[in-house]
Design a protein around this ligand. Sequence first.
Ligand code: SF4
Length: 260
Amino acid sequence: MLNPWELLNFSKEKQLTPRAFRDLYTEFGGTRLLFNGKPDKKGQKACSQYLDNAGCSVHKGRPLACRLYPLGRQIQYDKAHYIYEGTTFPCLTDCAEVLKLPKLSVGDYLKGQEADPFEKAQDVYLIVMQNIADIAFELLLESELATSGDTKTLKAWKVLGTDLPEVLAEKIGSDWINCLMIPNITADTENPVAYAEKHNDLLLTKAQEQFGSLQTLQELHEAAVLMIGVALHLARGLGANTKEISEHWIETAKSHGAKE
Ligand code: SF4
């Protein structure tokens, strides 16, 4: 799964525009790298960036998931935990020579992987995700929509949480997907925090322009559903569980007076 800054890094490494990289090598509008390479012994297709006898063709631009593998990173109460849930490392089956590699602490391993800026990107895009969702909360709770007795909006949020990625992408539409995954920003692209902050401003300005003067309850409903869809699409690119997140947002909205 990819966040927008990771997609940008891939495209730089491949010497393509983000749009060209997105269209050639990803699916769901850019949140998932394509795995359409040569199948292995188990029939699993290789990553689109993997070259036979050469390995990763974009090693310097590889995303956080590849830098952490086989570990996972879980954020709880703003604290990151590194996890591995199996009992044996998956690479041992096909690649026993990893046993000859030096034994490292998790910290030293991650330093060697230069994971730090990619972790920062992940963390700052989690904030962007919540900021997009907050627009939906404003549209629902700070308008007449919630007090009108509307129940359609939270029902739609629930459906979005379990939609397949391609269905969610289709619902959001290319205009918002492009602004989310291949934004037109001039920022220090080496600095993930500065980049994501500019991206955040771009998304909020777009929402302000599009939803600043909505009149009808139906328009407010559609806008609140669209914004949760965009936030969930980004959540998926961050590796989050969209069903759990949408349920959490529904409970939060209900605690502020919205009805399901
Ligand atoms: S490290 Fe492997 S999975 Fe990651 S981008 Fe490179 S080839 Fe693909």
